[in-house]
Every structure is written in C-alpha cells, then in structure tokens.
Design a protein around this ligand. Structure first.
Ligand SMILES: *Cc1c(COP(=O)(O)O)cnc(C)c1O
Length: 399
C-alpha cells in the first residue's frame, strides 16, 4: 500500500461541484482583481480568527513582507526570529535590508525558546539592542509558540510582533485560563499562507494578514496596491500583493470545513501516538510530537484547536536512512527543515555560519514528518507505523 505525504483529491472531490460553480461565477463576472469576493473571504477569516481586520494578499511570504514593510522595518534593523523555519520567515527580513537576530528553539515544541530570546536581548550591546525593532515568532507545525513570555519581552523592548502563522491558522494559545486567542491575533500582525499543503489551501498561491489596529490594517491595504492612496498618488512604495477573487471563492468554501479537517488531523495524530507507543519505539527513544504542551490546559478549558497538526513530526535516530527506507516502501515523508536558516548559503558572507544554535541544528538532523492529512485512513497509518517498525528491526534498535 502506497501512502502519499499529502493527497488533495479526497478533499476536493466532495466540494468539486460547489467550487466549479463559484469559479465559473467569477469568470462570468468579469471582476478578476480584489472586489467583493476577496472582501467576503477577508470578513470570514477575520471572524474565524477573532480579529477585526484581515487583508487578502498574494502568498504567506507576501503577508510577512507587507507586514514588516507596514511596520517600517528596513536597512540596519534587527528582527528577532527562529533559525528553524521555512526560508520565507527570514527571506522577508533580508529582502527589506534588515538582519535576522536568531534565537535557538525549545527542544520540545520546536518553537522559539523565550528564555533564549531574553538572554539574547539582555546580552546585546546597547547600540545593537536599539536596532532590534521586531520579532517574528513562527507557530511551527500547527502549534503556537510560547507567546505569553514572548509578548512580555516584546513590550519590554518595544518590539513589533509579526506572527508567522502560515502553518497554524485556527490554532489557539492559552494567553490566560479563560482566553485562548487564535494564532495571528496575538501580535501586531498575523500572517497566513494558503499554499495548497497548508490546512486551508487554495488552488494556487494566496495569503492573508490579520491585525487588531485599524491604522495598520489600512496601511497594509495601501501597500498591497503599490502604496497608492488615493490611486496614482504614492506617499509610500508598496508592491502588487493582491489576492485573486478566484482563490478567494475557493478558500471561502473550504474555510467552512476547516474545523472538521483540524479535528480529523488531531484524530490521526492520536492514532499515530497509540500505534507508535504499541511498537515499543517510543520507549526506545523515538520522540512523538509534544501533545502535552497545551493539551492538558486545553482539555481543562474545553478548547479543541490547541494544535492543528499541519505536520506530524517525529524525532528519530538514523533519520536519513529511515527517510530513504520509507520512500522506498512507498510512504511519503519529508524533512522540515534539513538546513537551519543561519546555515543557508545566502548568509555565508554575513558571518552567520559561525553562530551556533545547537537545538535547531539537532532538530534539523533528527526530525521527520509523516503523512497527517485529514482523509488518511487507519489502514494507511498502520502501514506507515509498520514500515517504521520494520526499519528498526532490520537496521538495529532506535538508539
Ligand atoms: C508556507 C510557509 C510560509 C510561506 O507561505 P507561502 O504562501 O508559500 O509564501 C512562510 N512561513 C512558514 C512557516 C510556512 O510554512
């Protein structure tokens, strides 16, 4: 039995007629840029994320870029972020002429370690500390970073907070016992991606920025259209960061099913936890995703979306050999991410390669993502776990 890392067909099949009708309606309307369909999706995403403003943009990358532009991040500025993320997190910082200020991650959650962030800021010479303007925490794999201590740090140091929530739309975070805001609604701006492999994916590229501040929302809206306000009058230089109505109608249909898909992914995660525990591999050292980070508090509060499982990521020994073994057996898997950001070639000249973030480097060497999409069947999951188990039987024990 082959098990793909992701199969979008079973999600599209039951929605196909509805989506085709909506797409046809866009084509027949003749309105192909922004307009009421994009506004309707913006309102739906704002309501879902429990924030007042949402601005549809061309991708998750452009959501990050336009947010940092609106916060006036530029040459000479430092932006505190994680070395363990998709390239876009740091790419947007570099494209604005700013520099990433990396902070190592927490080994359990894979997200920025707030204690390390504090040590980094406290250890900076004051001239450099004054250049730190913003923080970009990433909610990796679908679970929020430790935002409470990070927000406290941001307040203390006067940093803007842009959440890279590309993998975490809908994920809730325990800001207080009775307040579980959703990802994106915690900082100054929250950025989502509608890349097809995200929990809410379009039929192409797309993204969204959400925020609380009306003036910031207006500025992002203006920057999305080259910074022209009114049209053809430019006090600011923006870009073409617009979301298409074609994507908007598809995404609005799919958004209605998102809570169910999140729940299905969580059920699949639980099933993996049980299957993996039964193999004895967990006792031998295989590390499954850290359910415990917010799960207990969520259960006590009756909150469901404490983790939306965009990815289900293991830590294993002999990762590369296991990866090859799974692929050979027809099991889709992937490494997110094999090269930490500070080791990327584009930073060679800038001296970052001499820096060391041991927790991120270890994660890059040990992590492996398994298929977790909502329509995965119990038989497929059993097959994935059987092949993993077979690998360690053939190739020697876990540690
Ligand atoms: C997907 C992703 C992005 C970029 O989103 P695109 O829509 O592909 O531009 C940024 N950051 C993270 C963490 C992502 O997973």
């Amino acid at each position: 039995m082959r098990v793909p890392l992701l199969d979008l067909h079973p999600q599209m099949a039951p929605l196909r007629q509805e989506i085709l009708a909506a797409v046809t309606e866009v084509i027949d309307s003749g309105g192909y840029i922004l307009g009421p369909r994009v506004e309707s999706l913006e309102a739906a995403v704002a309501a879902y994320c429990e924030v007042p403003h949402a601005i549809g943009v061309s991708s998750g990358t452009d959501a990050l870029l336009v947010s940092l532009m609106a916060l006036e991040i530029g040459p000479g500025d430092l932006v505190l972020t994680t070395p363990y993320s998709f390239f876009a997190t740091m790419g947007c910082i570099l494209r604005l002429g700013a520099r990433p200020l990396f902070v190592d991650i927490d080994p359990v959650s894979f997200n920025i370690d707030p204690a390390a962030a504090r040590r980094t800021l406290e250890g900076l010479p004051s001239a450099e500390a004054a250049r730190v303007k913003a923080m970009v925490p990433v909610h990796l794999y679908g679970q929020c970073a430790a935002m409470e201590p990070l927000l406290a740090l941001a307040r203390e140091y006067g940093l803007a907070v842009v959440e890279d929530a590309a993998q975490a739309i809908g994920a809730r975070y325990p800001l207080a016992a009775d307040a579980w805001p959703r990802a994106g609604g915690l900082g100054d701006a929250g950025c989502f991606s509608f890349f097809p492999s995200k929990n809410l994916g379009g039929i192409g590229d797309g993204g969204m920025v959400v925020c609380h501040d009306e003036a910031l929302a207006a500025k992002i809206r203006t920057l999305r259209g080259h910074g022209g306000a009114p049209k053809y009058h430019h006090e600011m230089v923006g870009g073409n960061f617009r979301l298409d109505p074609l994507q908007a109608v598809v995404l609005e249909i799919k958004l209605r099913h998102l809570p169910k898909w999140h729940a299905d992914r969580r059920r699949n995660a639980e099933r993996y936890q049980q299957l993996l525990a039964a193999t004895g591999l967990v006792e031998a050292g295989l590390v499954t995703p850290p359910e415990a980070v917010y799960q207990q508090a969520a259960a006590a509060a009756g909150v469901a979306d404490y983790h939306i499982y965009n990815q289900f990521v293991l830590r294993v020994s002999r990762r590369d050999a296991l990866f090859a073994f799974l692929q050979q057996a027809g099991i889709g898997c992937e490494v997110y991410y094999p090269v930490p950001l500070h080791k990327q070639g584009c930073l060679r000249e800038a001296g970052y390669h001499r820096q060391s973030f041991p927790v991120a480097e270890q994660a890059a060497a040990e992590t492996l993502a398994l298929p977790i999409y909502p329509e995965l069947t119990p038989a497929m999951q059993s097959r994935v776990v059987a092949v993993i188990s077979e690998f360690y039987q053939l190739e020697g024990p876990m540690v």
